[in-house]
Design a protein around this ligand. Structure first.
Ligand SMILES: NC(=O)c1ccc[n+]([C@@H]2O[C@H](COP(=O)([O-])OP(=O)(O)OC[C@H]3O[C@@H](n4cnc5c(N)ncnc54)[C@H](OP(=O)(O)O)[C@@H]3O)[C@@H](O)[C@H]2O)c1
Length: 310
């Protein structure tokens, strides 16, 4: 049995990872800001040991990693809260690293960054060895956060691992719903690549990486087939019987006052390769492409024999 700490255990990924690890018989300590929330109560009922804390308040982290083998930092803030996010990712990671260093039992510390550090790279395939080129505030914040971890790994042999995660989707968080509700927006010409990962595959990878990942390594966590934004949203709209998506020029979106990070995430192209995780972990993804999920959720109805005869 392993002993795991999940910071952000009340989040979309954190709660699912907690359930996965508990089902495998592990001990799970869930760090969250509100121990009274419905999610906290539900996780506690499943067997998660709740630890109320805020990563930006070091005094709340005293003893949090005692006896823990593997740590995940899966915390996040809304993209528009970039100032708070910067504080959470820089101070928060530093505070949690300090708490883990004091405990002396921690063998891995996994932080979920995103593909944003790669910037806007057209059709170029990107590996973990490609240089970063952040081109909007959120991307710059993530590069700075990654540096905190990689520096701790280099200078102090701290067992930090950085995951560059694609857009996470699954039940309750699905581009189909954003298209249906009219909130999906195509910014730029739509030729930008958007990497995805299904939450079930992400949870499997998180579990593997904590145990078998290389300290100090970066891993891209994306599926096998990055899709172009226009292709993705066009296909969803087609299956929903909607007209093709309209797009807004990037400059017009910025001029109209849209947040630069929102514009950056929506319009930057990152054709990211998952070769490293596939080779190191011999993974078989349940959803190797968003198309597999799309076929499950919105199957294309084959015409019946009668319809074909007509
Ligand atoms: N969503 C994506 O498509 C995507 C893509 C790439 C990478 N990621 C990364 O993947 C990870 C998991 O994402 P997610 O979608 O599961 O996130 P999420 O649902 O937004 O959950 C984030 C969690 O962070 C917690 N949190 C925020 N500020 C905190 C603080 N100061 N101290 C302690 N906890 C704090 C929140 O707890 P409260 O309930 O207390 O607010 C929440 O449980 C995140 O690191 C995210 O940045 C996400």
């Amino acid at each position: 049995m392993g002993r795991y700490l999940i910071a952000g255990a009340s989040g979309y990924v954190g709660a699912r990872l907690a359930g996965h690890l508990l089902a495998q018989g592990h001990y799970v300590r869930g760090l969250m800001r509100d121990a009274e929330s419905d999610t906290a109560q539900r996780l506690a009922a499943q067997g998660v040991a709740i630890w109320q804390a805020d990563l930006t308040q070091p005094e709340s982290l005293v003893g949090v990693a005692t006896g823990i083998d593997h740590v995940y930092n899966l915390t996040s803030r809304f993209v528009l809260e970039n100032g708070l996010l910067r504080r959470l990712y820089l101070e928060g990671n530093r505070n949690l690293i300090a708490a883990c260093s004091r405990s002396r039992s921690v063998r891995s510390y996994v932080f979920t960054s995103s593909v944003a550090p790669y910037g806007d790279r057209g059709d170029e395939w990107l590996t973990e060895d490609s240089p970063v080129a952040p081109n909007y505030p959120l991307a710059e914040t993530l590069v700075a956060a990654e540096r905190v971890l990689l520096e701790a790994a280099r200078a102090h042999a701290f067992p930090a691992i950085v995951l560059r995660v694609g857009q996470i989707y699954g039940p309750g968080r699905d581009p189909i719903e954003t298209v249906r509700s009219g909130t999906a927006t195509l910014i730029g010409d739509g030729r930008n690549f958007v990497p995805h990962i299904h939450v079930d595959d992400l949870v499997e990878i998180l579990a593997r990486v904590a145990v078998d990942g290389q300290p100090g390594a970066i891993y891209n966590v994306v599926d096998d087939e990055p899709l172009r934004a226009a292709e993705l949203y066009g296909e969803i709209r087609r299956r929903l019987g909607m007209v093709p998506p309209r797009s807004f020029p990037r400059d017009a979106a910025l001029f109209a006052g849209m947040d630069p990070s929102v514009v950056g995430v929506a319009s930057s192209s990152a054709r990211v390769s998952n070769q490293r995780i596939r080779q190191e972990f011999g993974l078989t993804l349940r959803y190797p492409s968003y198309r597999v999920w799309l076929d499950e959720q919105l199957p294309i109805e084959e015409p019946s024999e009668v319809e074909m005869a007509v």
